[in-house]
Design a protein around this ligand. Sequence first.
Ligand SMILES: [Zn+2]
Length: 445
Amino acid sequence: MDNPFWNPDIETLPRDQLRALQWERLRWQVERCYHQSAFYRERFDKAGVHPGILASLDDIRRFPFVTKQELRDEQAAHPYFGRYTIAPQGEWREIHPSTGTTGKPVHTIWSAEDVAYIADVTARTMWSFGVRPGDVVQNAFSYGLWVAGLAVHYACAKIGCLVVPIGAQLTERQIDYILNLKSTVLIATPSYGVYLSEQLRQTTYHSPLTTHLRLGCFGGEPGAEVPATRQALEEGLGIKAYDYYGLAEIGPTFTSECVAQAGLHWSEDLHLIEVIDPDTKEPVSEGERGVLVITHLAKTATPMIRYWTNDLVSVTTEPCACGRTHARSVGGILGRADDMIIFMGTNFYPMQVEQVVRSFKELTPEYRIRLWTDTERKRDVCAVVVELVEELPPDCRDVLHERLKSLLRTALAFTPQVEFAPKDTLERTAFKARRVEERREAFQR
Ligand SMILES: [Zn+2]
């Protein structure tokens, strides 16, 4: 119980030994992909590479990236699962298609070995942010085809927790469990965590907010490491809030913050992490921002070699206060390379707007970014729509309007329109939020 590590030998492995372990596992993975997967063999041959050219970990940079679209194309050309599915069907245990918003889902298979290591690494992450035997874990991650619900469920069993397998729905029931089953841990998306905190406040409006919740971990979308969102979660729910990350093609819940709240710790014994400049496709220096690229070092059924996640991160190998030696991404996921909005020649990410909106006590955490074309004036318009916590006198409203515009101008390098919407009129979401509404005629991205 007192041990801060789930797997002390691995989590505190000196970095040279960690690199040696990665090297051994990388060679195993590249070798089997080349010999067992026509998908990889064709790609490697085309790029003029093969397992024999690997003389060090860095040589992986000579191998081609894999994008989600390429996996989708492969599935279409070689239905139903594509030739990157290596394990024989008798060894498959679970299927988890990606929750893609565009195009056909990409299938990911977990073998029995994959299920075992995914459950174990999820237990490792949960232990690292403080889950212990006896905790009551309210698992508001979606169950079913989405990867993360089941991974947390399995990990709770390994740790020895009571899990409430509620999924991302039934808000009244969620609140009932929080108050009466005395849940101690909440696992959810940050959007749902913020929504739940608002609902909890309304339900317990006339009594002091006393729950047994002590910590929460939030994934499925970035946010828990945005200072204002973290604050909204921590104050709204009376907890410590941690960041979680995973993706269908690689695996769920394999990286989270530790109790030091010092960024996402990568499980480097299982995943080789690269950060790549999206333009040059070359690695960036440590600490610089780039696209996260991941190679599976243990996955057996549908292994990924240099999977291009499209998520932006920076990585540091500086030691963490917790004693773990695995690299971290401070600030978590900094945006998606394809979330970037180009407006009048300026680039920005929705998270920059979120950070400003959520720093205002007068506003609810909900917001929208609306982009449209004013056809009469022949120009594009960007508006940030926010909600007031309570109606304000006109002069106070004007002052707030100016302050908000000024901070948005500093964050975005242009001045968007600012509009106030009545409280609770912007739709809330239990799952992944869509906060950008794009109706520009000349789509500029
Ligand atoms: Zn740490």
